[in-house]
Design a protein around this ligand. Structure first.
Ligand SMILES: Cc1ncc(COP(=O)(O)O)c(C=O)c1O
Length: 365
């Protein structure tokens, strides 16, 4: 059956996974290992949960269906998924990276993976001509977020895919900020999609998880080998929490978006707000007219929580300069506009009047 995305969020791939006891909620297979009947005869198809587990498989198939992917592996975190994607590269490879990346990825590149011998170069992926100029014979991939976090720059995935594929390079898109509900990079030409599933996919600020979605069998085979070998795959309980969260993805995303638009309109009318950046979904970034005001807002919000992370039911306010981007070099932060006046708001699904009232009180305290 060809289902709409909001129906897929609720029913997942249930038709392929009828539970032996017909449980409506897919069970948590909390087991490390699976029994074999005789040598070579393993009726369930499962051996060992690092490699695969029924609860995780059900989740992976659901995410593949939402992202229109060939296959998906669920990881213990978004960073585990990203680190696995970078295992695809070898010494001498050249990788283009979007300029405005989640700070943890910048830390991974500069402090962990340089020893692997591939070269990385930052580029503004929203400027196609700029990207074109950076390709070399060794370029193997373009990795970027769209929209970016926190500056909300948008990249044309299809245009990047055209150039990258002409050079035999992969396109890897971090789709965390839009979620599969608002954007599917694979039909636009991406080869791999990354998610911090900790964010909108699980959606309740209670689970750390990540996904790597592959567009074809060859890449799927590589990431399955890497994930079962390096072992940062998702446990069955977290997989179940994620499945439970996904059921309401469509409802949540619509509410995140309408709330974010209401907050954007409120902020845009204030004289003490210099700029509001919004590119869809439930995230917005704004700069106020002084560092003192930014600190005052962080100190005085009551309903909204001053915390790192995004994409959950609760509204969270983040100070990127010290929370998500401390490991990004100062000159890069300055170029991107990540200053001490910049705040990032993950707009939750509370009543929008309460979110706005909390912000107003914090501005005027
Ligand atoms: C856009 C983006 N990608 C990846 C990650 C890393 O995900 P995780 O925290 O689940 O490891 C984050 C975390 O904040 C993120 O915001």
């Amino acid at each position: 059956m060809n289902l709409e995305i909001d129906t897929k969020c609720i029913h997942g791939e249930r038709h392929k996974h009828q539970d032996a006891n017909c449980a409506l909620s897919y069970p948590i297979y909390q087991t490390a290992s699976f029994s074999h009947l005789t040598p070579g005869h393993n009726p369930s198809g499962f051996d060992y949960s690092r490699e695969s587990n029924p609860t995780r498989t059900y989740l992976e198939e659901t995410v593949s269906s939402l992202e229109q992917a060939y296959d998906t592996v669920a990881f213990a975190s978004g960073m585990a998924a990203i680190a696995t994607a970078f295992e695809l590269f070898a010494p001498g490879d050249h990788i283009l990276l979007g300029e405005d990346l989640y700070g943890g990825v910048v830390r991974f590149i500069t402090q962990v993976s340089t020893k692997n011998g591939y070269h990385t170069e930052y580029v503004d992926t929203s400027d196609i001509n700029c990207v074109k100029e950076k390709f070399t014979k060794q370029t193997r991939a373009v990795y970027f977020e769209t929209p970016t976090n926190p500056m909300m720059h948008v990249t044309d995935i299809r245009a990047i895919a055209e150039i990258a594929h002409a050079h035999g390079a992969l396109v890897i898109v971090d789709n965390t900020l839009m979620s599969p509900y608002f954007q599917n990079p694979i039909p636009e030409g991406a080869d791999l999609v990354v998610h911090s599933g900790t964010k909108y996919i699980s959606g309740h600020n209670d689970t750390i998880c990540g996904f790597l979605c592959a567009s074809n069998a060859q890449l799927a085979e590589r990431i399955r080998l890497l994930s079962k070998t390096t072992g940062a795959t998702l446990g069955p309980f977290e997989a179940w929490l994620c499945l439970r969260g996904l059921k309401t993805l469509a409802l949540r995303m619509e509410r995140h978006k309408s709330n974010a638009i209401a907050v954007r309109d409120f902020l845009s009318e204030r004289n003490d707000v210099e700029e509001v950046r919004y590119a869809g979904s439930g995230m917005l970034t704004f700069s106020v007219n002084s560092s003192d005001l930014a600190q005052k807002i962080l100190k005085n919000i009551k309903l909204i929580t001053f915390a790192e992370s995004l994409g959950g039911t609760e509204s969270l306010l983040t100070y990127p300069i010290i929370q998500t981007h401390p490991d990004v070099p100062d000159h890069v932060k300055e170029k991107l506009g990540i200053t001490d006046k910049l705040l990032r708001l993950s707009v939750g699904i509370e009543n929008p009047k309460d979110i706005i009232e909390d912000l107003r009180a914090a501005f005027e305290s």
